[in-house]
Each structure stands twice: as C-alpha cells, then as structure tokens.
Design a protein around this ligand. Structure first.
Ligand code: NAG
Ligand code: NAG
Ligand code: NAG
Ligand code: NAG
Ligand code: NAG
Ligand code: NAG
Length: 311
C-alpha cells in the first residue's frame, strides 16, 4: 500500500464519520446550514492569481476537499489536506462573501500556506482548539503531496484571541520521522486547570502516539503493538472483491476522556478499542504494562456495516 492510497482512504473514512455524525445530529435537533458550497474556493488576493494558479496547476479544484473541522466561538476552521497536488491552502477559516458565497480564508495568512517553506504549513490534517485559552494547536506533517520539499513535522500553537503564534515546535526527526510520518489526530490534556500536553496519533510508517509537553517544550513518543492493525483484518473500501482496496491502516483517530484520565485509540484495521492512562503519557511511563483492552469496549460488527453504508 502506498502512502497515497492510505491518505485517500483516510479521507474517505473521515468523510463517512461526518456522515454518521450528521445522521445522529438530526435525531436530536434540527440542523441548519451555516455554510454551503459545491466546489471549494479560496479568498484569492486577485482573480488573476486564481486563474494563473489553475493554469499552472497550483490550484486543482477537484483535489480540494475538507477533512478537519473545529469551531471556536462562532468561527469555523477547516483543513484541506494536501494528499494530492493543487491545494493552495491547507488551513483555513470559512467565511461568507458579501454575496453569501462560502469561501476559505487561508489561516492565519496566505504566507503561512507556502509549499516548500518550512516555516509555513505544508500539510495540516488536524488541529484542536482549547475553548478556554483560545489556543489552536495545529499539527503539520511537514510534506505536501506534489511538493518537493520535506520539512520536519511541527506543532504550531496560535492564539485566536490576540492573533499571534505563541509556540512553534519542530519535532526532531528521531521523534517524528521526516517524509514518512502522518500526524493525524490531536487531543489536548489539562494539568492543574491548564492545557499542557498534546497527544498526537502518527498513522505513518511507524505507528505512534506522539506527546508534546507545552510546559518544557519537549516531545517524545510511544510505539506499541496495540497501535498496529489486527492480524488478518483489513479495512475494505471496495464494492467489489478487489484485493487492491484492502488497507491495513494502523492507529488513526484518538479521543480524550472527559475527565482527562484516559486516551482512547484504535487502529483502523482492528476490532479492538484500547486506552492508556494519561498519567503514563505525561510521565513517560511503561506503556506495555499500562495499556488496557477492555472486552466491553470491543468494537462491534455493526460499526463495519455503518461504515459500508456510508461509503
Ligand atoms: C478505495 O480506495 C481506492 C484506492 O485509493 C480508490 O481509488 C477508490 O476510489 C476507493 N473506493 C471507494 C468506494 O471509496
Ligand atoms: C502559479 O501561479 C501563481 C499565481 O500567479 C504563482 O503565485 C505561482 O508562483 C505559480 N507557480 C508556478 C509553479 O508556476
Ligand atoms: C479576503 O481577504 C481580504 C484580504 O486579506 C480580507 O480583507 C477580506 O476580509 C477577506 N474576505 C473574507 C470574506 O473573509
Ligand atoms: C452564509 O450564507 C448562507 C447563504 O448561502 C446563509 O444561509 C448563512 O447563514 C451564512 N452564514 C453565516 C455564518 O453568515
Ligand atoms: C518557528 O521558529 C523558528 C526558529 O526559531 C523560526 O525560524 C520560524 O520562523 C518560526 N516559525 C513560525 C511559523 O513562527
Ligand atoms: C470487500 O467488500 C465487498 C463488498 O462487501 C465484498 O464483495 C468483497 O468480497 C470484500 N473484499 C474482500 C477482499 O474482503
């Protein structure tokens, strides 16, 4: 399986999760349209720039799709993964134009979206916003598909209240590998009432939970057999019997318990759900001795039918 196939698949899966949540949402309350569009467009500095970008292939409309979405106050931020070329901006805020067209405003600026500039974002799959501080924790894999530069992966923390970068941590290559990582999902952990740790899933060549400690500005990681696909299981995105479309994707989405005691995780190609006490992640403890696999959280086959429905 190539990384590209993997990324396509991750996108499809995330989309299906959006569909599932939309269904659930409808049961409880009436949904209303906040923004809508059929093709993504950006807030270009000039229409000529847009036309030039389409002509020279730096904007390929069909390759621009949304995966990550986070809300802060009334502001809505979305990521557009660079899993194919022609994605001009990977992190954006959704805005309506004066004639009520939804457009993506590159966030925080166009300058921060420059492919090949390692100070800028290369490929943002996810971010998390802490509602109390208004800090947006943004993870960047460091390499855009279709780009030639490979940068170190990084985490950038942006203060939405005062509009400035409060932290920028470049992951050392021995923590998050350059070019072959896939920093995928992020959750934030509170200690003494303040956000301190970020836990990040790396769906890349070596599956990991990467930890970033904001207080001391250091990162480290855990790699464990529970983060790998279950032997003999695959995720099947094909409607036909087609071996090519079976993926053995490792750890992917992660979740924090409301009391900040546990991080839940699972490989996509696995029927089990695992959890690890945050105490172990915070204190660089013994992962193998502390991870838990609870039969009660063993994922049911219904999940797979739901997934198939949505695909
Ligand atoms: C399954 O993945 C393959 C390979 O990435 C992709 O070409 C295909 O469109 C996907 N199929 C569906 C039904 O999503
Ligand atoms: C493509 O066009 C845009 C807009 O004029 C320009 O900023 C960019 O540098 C061009 N890229 C290439 C590879 O020619
Ligand atoms: C588009 O970008 C311009 C220049 O940064 C900004 O002034 C304007 O408010 C943006 N438009 C929208 C709808 O966000
Ligand atoms: C954006 O425009 C749509 C109309 O296309 C409207 O329904 C929606 O309320 C607007 N959203 C906001 C946040 O103003
Ligand atoms: C991150 O820090 C490096 C080193 O201090 C600096 O060169 C770079 O401009 C910073 N990047 C951002 C996006 O703030
Ligand atoms: C993938 O799913 C399709 C549709 O349910 C099924 O026909 C096919 O046999 C499956 N492929 C494999 C290799 O399990």
């Amino acid at each position: 399986m190539t990384l590209h196939q993997l990324l396509v698949y991750i996108f499809v899966l995330q989309l299906s999760c959006l569909l599932i949540s939309a269904k659930v949402f409808k049961l409880g309350q009436e949904a209303s349209v906040v923004y809508k569009w059929t093709k993504l467009d950006f807030n270009w500095t000039h229409t000529d720039v847009k036309q030039d970008s389409i002509r020279n292939g730096t904007f390929i409309v069909a390759n621009n799709v949304i995966t990550g979405i986070k809300v802060y106050s009334r502001r809505i931020f979305v990521t557009v993964p660079r899993w194919r070329p022609g994605v001009p901006s990977t992190l954006n805020e959704v805005m309506n134009t004066s004639d009520d067209r939804a457009i993506l405003n590159p966030f925080p600026t166009w300058g921060m979206q420059k492919i090949g500039d390692c100070d800028a974002f290369q490929y943002v799959q996810s971010m998390e916003i802490d509602p109390n501080t208004g800090y947006m924790w943004i993870i960047d894999t460091g390499s855009a598909r279709g780009g030639t530069t490979q940068c170190n992966a990084k985490i950038v923390i942006y203060d939405l209240k005062s509009d400035y970068i409060v932290r920028n941590h470049s992951f050392p290559e021995n923590i998050v590998s350059k070019g072959t990582n896939f920093l995928n999902d992020i959750v934030i952990d509170y200690v003494n009432g303040k956000p301190r740790f970020a836990y990040i899933s790396d769906t890349g060549q070596v599956p990991k939970i990467v930890v970033y400690d904001y207080e001391i500005d250091e990162s480290y990681f855990f790699n464990h057999k529970s983060m790998y696909p279950e032997n003999g299981y695959m995720t099947n995105n094909s409607s036909k019997n087609d071996e090519q479309r079976n993926f053995t994707t490792p750890i992917d989405g992660i979740a924090m318990s409301p009391d900040f005691q546990y991080v839940y995780y699972c490989a996509l190609a696995d029927r089990n759900l695992y959890r690890i006490p945050t105490e172990v992640l915070r204190g660089r403890g013994n992962f193998s001795q502390s991870y838990q696999h609870d039969e009660r959280v063993r994922r049911q086959t219904e999940w797979f039918s739901v997934r198939k429905d949505c695909m």
